[in-house]
Design a protein around this ligand. Sequence first.
Ligand code: HMG
Length: 397
Amino acid sequence: MKIRIGIEALGVAVPRRYVDIEDLARARGIDPAKYTQGLGAREMAVAEPGEDTVALAATAARRALEGIDRDSLGMLVVGTETGVDHSKAVASFVHGLLDLPPTMRVYDAQHACYGGTAGLMAAVEWIAAGSGKSALVICSDIARYGVATAGEPTQGAGAIAMVVSANPSILELDVGISGAYSAHVHDFWRPLGHREAQVDGHYSVQCYLDALAGAYRGWKERAIARELVRGDGLVSERLARICYHVPFCKMARKAHVALRRCDLDGDDTGADASFREQVEPSLGLCARVGNVYTGSLYFALAGLLDDQAASLVGQRIGLFSYGSGCTSEFFSGVVAPRAAERIAAARVGEILAARARISVDEYERIMALVAPFDDTSAPGTFRFTGVTEHRRQYTSA
Ligand code: HMG
């Protein structure tokens, strides 16, 4: 008998502060339209050192686990490319901070922005293999390119935690039906010891699009063979919505145009309308947070469901995960009947509304900090407080 596997619950965490992207453009002497229309950005999350990758991950996980029996968990994977130690896993900190059962498999997965998807796929396959337990998969990252660089307006930070289980309430994945594409490219990387990423920005956009074409073709072939979708005409239009990895919102538009080209021989006259219907509804949350590396695809999914879950029940959505370097995967899933109720429990709007807008001067001051400043935690959140005898310390409010 087919086992239904997918996302049962989710929780998000974002830093308490953000910069309005038009303020940032003005401070850099750039036409704000370049950031708002050219990149599709609105706000950029700013993490201070107390809001590190562990603190964000643990906060998101605590929210995802509300109402979940912790003894049902047998696996915890954190996808991240901005860990806090060369050896000790972010997952290990989270496991301790949340006092999770000791009888669990606990580790981090890294491949740039793909790490969270690596964790999700491992969890799904482990459940399909008969583990009899659920998994907690967390994507947590702080995207930094540095002050006054071309990548600056595409920074961001946050975490999203997903409980992955049999008989999921939010999204049932099409297990075993995905397409992957990888290549050894230097589009984006962060040498050991560097706080900021190195990036060949325009080349990275092309690498993303090449990977998308390769991964989508693999998914399409399998989806048609397994009769999930009909194989004639514009196959991508058989997906009610498509969530892309969103380093900046305009990237999702470029991706969607390129995806349709994989299905079409001639001119594309329907790209604008199709983008508005299939993709735009997933970009609202991403535009207000910025790039969350491993989390960006899943922020797109959370934003989409927060907005439209009730009307998407029973419909198939496509998901594209890209990790620079590079590897990628196109996969799909069907929105489950309790999706609207479960996403409402994640209180995404409330979490965003609790943030404070800061000036560009304040953002620059925070970017220069290496130690957390004396600050109290928001209720329900974790916070990094400093290092004692080489051990990182955390507190929770
Ligand atoms: P740039 O060179 O400063 O920008 O950096 P640009 O000159 O290419 O302009 C951007 C867009 O704004 C263009 O639109 C302009 O026309 C438009 P497009 O041609 O692309 O459609 N524009 C304007 N629009 C309206 N009014 C104006 C105006 N002026 C210009 N006045 C770049 C852009 C994305 C390269 C830079 O921000 C960057 O390097 N970002 C970081 C890299 C990145 O996000 N890459 C994405 C693909 S790789 C990926 O997704 C993986 C990643 O998440 C990491 C991981 O996997 O871990 C990054």
